[in-house]
Design a protein. Structure first.
Length: 287
């Protein structure tokens, strides 16, 4: 490490904890402001901000004293979950538009998209209500207070250069252990879990980069590539699940033709998983 990196490495790691939490607080406050202004992608940015903060709290968990981080992570998870449905429906609707073709009944496709769009509008309204509610205001105040003076244990007095490589290695090993088990036929849930672990590695590496330099930045870039591929995989899984549920509803309403179209679309999304799995495995196991 040289220059600023060396200086940061000599700092107590507890200083980095406060810095990371303060940065996360600003990111979340900015995304909430986007929701207030009705900006595009605002709900998604709130969700991402919550995940980044939760990831930092998990990364530093062995440096934190008391139970405050567990409670804070639970509150952030609840806020992220409140934003999840709207984002998922937005992605699913976009995928349906991309995968529908001339073989599909256009009226059925319009019906499916109208149903998804209506669900999206309602979910977005519910999400915005939560994001702009009193509980979120209280959460932001709590995060600001915690970032200013986090309750840390004695391990937080160790130097960043000593602690951060261990923390990043731990996150990377968990990802590797799970990714090593993946096969083309592995369940969707297992693939999704590896995506979450890749995301944690990326966030951990991003947080560590100011101290660990190019090594951490390279790790973050690799993790981001894995996350992107596995994110596309998860989007197709979510689309297949949502369309399957809609097909069940169509069958219950005695509309077999619509149910058939939904089934065709579902199969396309299930088929889309295979090349993404193969691409990930080829990249992951590349010499």
């Amino acid at each position: 490490m040289e220059g600023a990196g060396a200086a940061a490495g000599d700092q107590a790691v507890g200083v980095l904890v406060g810095t990371a939490l303060a940065k996360g607080a600003r990111r979340l406050e900015k995304s909430v402001g986007m929701v207030e202004k009705g900006e595009d992608d605002a709900i998604h940015q709130v969700r991402v901000s919550c995940r980044r903060l939760r990831s930092d709290l998990k990364l530093f968990r062995k440096l934190l004293a008391g139970d405050w981080a567990t409670e804070l992570r639970a509150d952030l998870a609840a806020l992220a979950q409140a934003c999840g449905e709207a984002r998922d429906l937005e992605v699913i609707a976009a995928l349906v538009r991309e995968t529908a073709n001339s073989e599909d009944n256009p009226e059925h496709v319009d019906t499916i998209l109208s149903t998804l769009t209506l669900g999206l509008e309602r979910a977005a309204a519910r999400s915005a209500e939560v994001v702009l509610g009193e509980s979120t205001k209280a959460l932001l105040i709590t995060i600001d207070a915690v970032a200013a003076a986090p309750d840390l244990n004695a391990k937080a007095e160790k130097r960043c250069s000593e602690v951060l490589p261990q923390l990043l290695r731990s996150a990377t090993e968990k990802f590797t252990q799970a990714a090593d088990k993946l096969k083309p036929w592995t369940s969707d849930d297992d693939w999704h879990e590896v995506r979450l672990l890749a995301k944690r590695v990326r966030y951990a590496a991003d947080t560590s980069a100011a101290v660990l330099g190019d090594e951490a930045r390279t790790t973050a870039a690799h993790a981001a590539t894995y996350q992107e591929l596995l994110g596309q995989h998860q989007d197709h899984c979510a689309a297949a699940d949502a369309l399957t549920a809609m097909a069940v509803d169509a069958a219950a309403q005695d509309d077999p033709e619509l149910s058939f179209t939904l089934g065709r679309l579902t199969e396309r999304h299930r088929a889309a998983r295979r090349p993404l799995r193969e691409q990930f495995l080829a990249l992951y196991h590349r010499p």
